[in-house]
Design a protein around this ligand. Structure first.
Ligand SMILES: Cc1ncc(C[n+]2csc(CCOP(=O)(O)OP(=O)(O)O)c2C)c(N)n1
Length: 573
């Protein structure tokens, strides 16, 4: 193992060089007075050639987090984010909740108010340095991170950075938090040396217990109509072919429920859409794989006696306060390791005649489901205001099939199918709005040659801090297409009120309170103000051509683009 020595003047310089050595490509930053040693280190690095992650400004902390989230999801690498002390941390918390619940590994860092009032380099020198300090800055987000720490001195730098990164990357992956006091960053650090390569590997994914596998295989082998429900399996792209093979071998239908990643290609013969409810009446065994919420019990549950097997790195979702889905067998294991073993155990018990019959049944169901979707598209075609079904269908026709889609829930995946692992990124189950636009920029950063499309509601778009988003797209040369499904309301809020009080006053009203968004700005002009292509679309017949124009701007002119599609209301997710 080689020790690498670096000539640096400060802990800040050593920190940046160490991040680069550990493969951190980007530091998403929203700076403050705490950044002075980092700013100085970057300025020096520009002419000394000291390696450092590329700094990328994001002018709001939630944007920084969303970009980091999208980048991590698309690249599989760990991004670093740095924000300004307590206040920057506070602004980023929604993004942190999204990252935590979506198991996104992020090294999230913040400065600390200088600890000392005078005497040390970096001591307090402006009035905010008193009031911004907190007794426990990390306490704000301790519930969302796997680990938090404050860097105390330069001597422990390597241990701290390696510990942060390996914990973030060990399953179940997730964000970590490190605070960096100004005096510590400013400390001199002569003769800095570190192991290269690192002696700290992330922990391996858990492999399943064979007894549990045998029990699960017994349950599944007895079932006539087993069903697989997943949301997140595709986060590990190596698990996607494992699921495809398993489902195909045993002719088991798969539902991607509120999926955050593509788990099974939409053209797989066992893909039965995104809604589990229609399949629950016949299912007599359900395999819940990497799925926090496989169905909504208050609406529809599996029939009594239906056996449930749960598989996941943390199959019980132990960080969720309440989650009552049954698990007759719960298997701790990464899907990519568990499914082949379960497949081997099931093959020994398989009734090939029953599988053949089931294969015909699944094919019939799939054909009926797709006929329903085709009918919905036919009906939606000419509707004005435009139907979200038509938006999704037109995007499906216009997109590069290899493109990546970021869905802040207004895209209807059944009308815009994805087939490539890593081509779909859905909202975190935490549902902190304002994620999609920034996440799409992060995906584009990770995959510059790929066409990237973000589909957002008007509400989600506003939550994303659009001026900051379009600025970042321009500043960092990230030409993404934003499609705003604009129903001029918070449809989910309205939908929730009407679902809870179907005969209530809000249901009788044309305009239930606290859900309509009147007098919305011309979103297309916000994008245009940042040098992008913007278009408002009201005529459904115009939508295909509008997509062509927008994609021309993105693909050929390398400019960001936004389609503000005026849609019918009542949506919601
Ligand atoms: C940060 C945050 N604030 C508020 C909410 C509550 N919320 C959930 S959906 C929604 C409406 C989103 O509106 P839009 O993006 O236009 O989509 P629509 O529901 O109209 O389809 C709101 C406000 C949330 N999820 N996250």
């Amino acid at each position: 193992m080689a020790r690498k020595e670096l000539k640096v003047d400060s802990v800040a310089e050593a920190y940046l060089a160490l991040l680069a050595a550990r493969g951190i490509e980007y530091l998403f930053a929203n700076a403050g007075t705490d950044f002075a040693p980092i700013v100085e280190a970057y300025a020096k690095a520009a002419h000394t050639g000291l390696p450092a992650p590329k700094p990328l400004i994001a002018t709001h902390e939630n944007l920084a987090l969303a970009m980091a989230h999208g980048y991590a999801a698309a690249s599989g690498k760990v991004p670093a984010v740095m924000v300004h002390v307590s206040v920057g941390t506070a602004n980023a918390i929604c993004g942190m909740l999204n990252a935590a619940r979506n198991n996104v590994p992020v090294l999230f860092t913040a400065g600390r108010s200088p600890l000392t009032e005078e005497g040390l380099t970096g001591a307090r020198d402006t009035y905010i340095h008193w009031a911004q300090e907190m007794f426990d800055q990390a306490g704000m987000l301790r519930e969302m991170v796997k680990w938090d720490y404050e860097l105390r001195n330069g001597v422990q730098l390597e241990t701290v950075v390696d510990r942060a990164l390996t914990i973030a990357k060990s399953p179940p992956e997730g964000p970590v938090y490190l605070s960096l006091p100004r005096e510590v960053l400013a400390e001199p650090l002569p003769g800095f040396a570190y192991d290269q390569p690192s002696r700290h590997a992330a922990a391996s994914p858990p492999a399943p217990d064979e007894t549990a596998i045998a029990e699960a295989a017994d349950l599944l082998a007895k079932a006539k109509h087993p069903l697989i429900i997943t949301a997140d399996l595709g986060r590990d792209r190596a698990a996607v072919p494992a699921l495809a093979e398993f489902a195909e071998r045993f002719a088991i239908p798969v539902v991607e429920h509120r999926h955050r990643h593509l788990c099974l290609s939409a053209d797989h013969p066992c893909h039965l859409g995104h809604v589990p409810a229609p399949l629950l009446d016949e299912a007599d065994a359900i395999l819940v794989v990497d799925c926090d919420v496989p169905w909504i019990p208050s609406r529809k549950s599996p029939k009594p006696g239906c056996k449930i097997v749960q598989i996941g790195v943390d199959p019980l979702f132990s960080r969720y306060p309440i989650r009552g889905f049954a698990g007759d067998v719960a298997i701790t294991g990464a899907a990519r390791l568990a499914l082949p073993r379960l497949g081997a155990a099931l093959a020994k018990r398989a009734d090939e005649g029953a599988i053949a019959a089931r294969r015909r049944h699944v094919a019939e169901r799939r054909e009926a489901m797709q006929a329903g979707w085709r009918k919905a598209r036919e009906e939606a075609k000419g509707r004005r205001p435009i139907s979200p079904v038509w938006v999704s269908a037109c995007l499906a026709a216009a997109r590069d099939p290899e493109s990546a889609i970021v869905n802040e829930y207004t895209l209807l995946p059944e009308h815009c199918p994805s087939t490539r692992p890593g081509s779909f990124f859905g909202t975190s189950p935490a549902g902190g709005l304002g994620w999609g636009a920034g996440a799409a920029l992060g995906v584009k950063l990770a995959e510059p040659d790929r066409q990237v499309v973000a589909v957002l509601g008007d509400g989600s778009y506003i939550f994303s801090n659009p001026v900051a988003v379009h600025h970042a797209a321009r500043l960092h040369r990230l030409p993404v297409l934003f499609v705003v499904v604009n129903n001029a309301m918070w449809g989910a809020v309205r939908g929730a009120a009407l679902a809870m009080y179907p005969q209530g006053e809000a249901a009788k009203s044309n305009r239930p309170p606290l859900s309509d968004l009147d007098e919305l700005p011309a979103f297309e002009q916000v994008c245009a103000a940042a040098g992008g292509y913007g278009e408002r679309v009201e005529d459904p017949a115009e939508l295909p051509a509008a997509f062509t124009r927008a994609f021309h701007a993105v693909n050929v002119e390398k400019r960001q683009a936004l389609l503000n599609v005026i849609c019918q209301g009542g949506g919601g997710g």
